[in-house]
Design a protein around this ligand. Structure first.
Ligand code: HC0
Ligand code: SF4
Length: 574
């Protein structure tokens, strides 16, 4: 330990601490903007400067290691003036349309202006001008809002493993963009949206689809069906002041009804359906010498990694559409027929934690006989906006149930939203088939948690199977390299484009960097909410879901039948 003085008080702190760590341990909230723990530690924004006795200039506390005997001042006049000047310089260059901005009230820059009591922008020199808006099918990038903190750049490189964004030009002309000014789509962006979650302002956001959903709701001829992804329920409450990890399934359903949905279904139902199809696909490939490892196809961010960077693995990809696409296809066929509604008048809205789902739903392949599976995808954040717009008092809503036909799910369907969940759900079904009985032990805790690469070997029906689970583009690339060079051999791999899986998707509520930097793992807390819901379910294996059994009996026949292939499967080609 070393001894430091902070504002005249003495503290013993570990010697590998930074000054920022020491201050935070002493309950002093030194402001940070560009700092993102373990991701972006550059000291570039200089909002966290402190005065250190003996140092000629003020030091950025996030990158300055502590030293024995250090004398630190965190709120001297000199420090306060420097921070305020830094902030004013940033504000002078920022498009200050706060009232019209998507991040109004969740913006970290706005927070600063408020807490540092900025009332005027003294800086009157030249400002960066111009605005360029890059609108992709999933992401909108607005250079006029960017404050050059670099958080998106680091996250895209270290977590997404992509390195799409970088600083371009120098000095006053610097901006953040893909190389050669490509648009993000051309540059190979996978639309994971992790850069959006890292952005403190609104320089990056999802492509909005709220207006078209309102139009459908207000169109008398349209029969509007909402479906909600597993992970949305684990995070939506945060938008209404609840703690991270609070599950709001029943209130969310109630809100969607009050928004005007004719039916509210659960993507979990289709997650169970995916397991029926995918587990059977796996068993079929094992039995008949098909291409292995089989790799999951439900994360469209991951599918873009595959198509853009590893096309040689396309034959390994499961032919299953992702669950929300399946649910759209089944709603507009089986369900439309059942209730006598013309599928052309049905409007299916997917509420997703993911922004890549916006891109996915527009893919050419995602239709059956000219009828699109899905009409709109809104994120968890967009749903919260709609609820607020409609004046619904979310916290006072009763808990309501999903509509029965396509809203019944097993615990296996719920856990899809966390990394390892699809694997565990598939194993719950595949193991019963291979062992020929209803196994009592079906929790595969080894594939849970946020470790980058999780592996296991299982003996089922007398044979050994190797499986792996990875999440985040960076880990996905590492694993695929090992499979490619023969270092690793698996039967089945689950890959999700975002670290932590969908609970940490690019469309989930923004979490202030202060919370993320404090060591709280948002992914773990949200995943816990899903594993708890799994525990509460009476049915916990997909093949035991009665509504799924009925769908096969009355409509699809059996898994991987001709009809299943027509509606629920696709082929990825590059
Ligand atoms: Fe997911 Fe899904 S689990 S991708 O993470 O498979 O977005 O939550 O909806 O479709 O079910 C996201 C979450 C889903 C799909 C499901 C899968
Ligand atoms: Fe990088 Fe993902 Fe953002 Fe694309 S969406 S720029 S891949 S972090």
């Amino acid at each position: 330990k070393v001894n430091v003085k902070i504002n005249g008080m003495s503290f013993d702190v570990p010697q590998d601490y930074t000054v920022l760590d020491a201050c935070r341990e002493a309950s002093i909230d030194v402001p940070t903007l560009c700092f993102f723990k373990d991701m972006n530690e550059t000291g570039a924004c200089r909002m966290c400067v402190v005065e250190v006795e003996g140092a000629r200039t003020l030091l950025a506390s996030c990158v300055t290691p502590v030293r024995d005997g250090m004398n630190i001042k965190t709120s001297s006049k000199r420090v306060q003036n420097a921070r305020k000047t830094n902030l004013e310089l940033i504000l002078a260059n920022h498009n200050r349309e706060c009232l019209l901005c998507d991040r109004n009230k969740s913006c970290e820059l706005q927070d600063f202006a408020d807490s540092m009591n900025v009332k005027d922008i003294a800086f009157k020199g030249d400002t960066r001008e111009g605005r360029f808006v890059d609108a992709t099918p999933s992401i909108v990038r607005d250079t006029s809002k960017c404050i050059l903190c670099g958080r998106c750049i680091s996250v895209c490189k270290k977590s997404a493993g992509m390195g799409i964004l970088s600083f371009v030009e120098r000095g006053f002309d610097t901006y953040v963009a893909p190389a050669f000014d490509f648009d993000m789509g051309e540059a190979g962006c996978i639309y994971c949206g992790q850069c959006i979650n890292a952005c403190p302002v609104s320089a990056l956001k999802e492509k909005p689809e709220i207006d078209r959903v309102w139009d459908a709701i207000n169109d008398e001829k349209k029969y509007v069906v909402f479906q909600t992804a597993p992970a949305v329920r684990a995070a939506l409450g945060e938008e209404f002041g609840m703690e991270i990890g609070n599950r709001v399934t029943g209130k969310m359903v109630a809100a969607l009804r009050r928004l005007g949905g004719n039916k509210v279904f659960d993507t979990n139902f289709a997650a169970d359906l995916t397991i029926m199809e995918e587990a059977n696909e796996l068993l079929d490939r094992i039995k008949n010498g098909g291409t292995l490892p089989l790799i999951t196809s439900c994360s469209p961010g991951w599918v873009r990694i595959l198509e853009n960077y590893y096309p040689e693995f396309i034959p390994n990809l499961s032919t299953c559409k992702s669950p929300h696409q399946m649910l759209g296809a089944v709603t507009k066929s089986y369900y439309a027929e059942k209730i006598g509604v013309n599928p052309k008048n049905m409007y299916v809205v997917s509420v997703m934690p993911c922004i890549a789902k916006k891109f996915e739903k527009d893919r050419e392949e995602m239709e059956v006989n000219g009828i699109r599976d899905i009409d709109a995808v809104i994120t968890t954040r967009e749903l919260a906006k709609m609820i607020k717009e409609a004046g619904i008092d979310f916290n006072k809503l009763p808990n309501e149930e999903y509509d029965t036909a396509l809203g019944i799910y097993s615990g296996a369907g719920v856990i899809f939203g966390a990394t390892g969940g699809v694997m565990e759900a598939a194993l719950r079904t595949a193991a019963d088939v291979l062992e020929g009985k209803d196994l009592e032990t079906f929790e595969y805790t080894g594939v849970r948690g946020v470790e980058n690469i999780k592996e296991a070997s299982l003996t089922l029906g007398g044979n050994e199977y190797n499986i792996a689970v990875v999440h985040g583009g960076n880990a996905a690339k590492q694993l695929l390299e090992m499979v490619k060079n023969g270092e690793k051999n698996y039967h089945f791999i689950e890959i999700m484009g975002c670290t932590g899986g969908c609970v940490n998707g690019g469309g989930q509520p923004h979490v202030h960097s202060k919370i993320k930097n404090s060591g709280i793992d948002v992914r773990t807390l949200r995943a816990k909410a899903l594993y708890e819901e799994d525990q509460l379910c009476t049915v916990r294996k997909s093949h035991q879901n009665k509504a799924i059994q009925e769908l096969y009996r009355d409509f699809l026949g059996e898994p991987n039948s001709h009809k299943s292939h027509e509606l629920l499967h696709t082929h990825y080609v590059k």
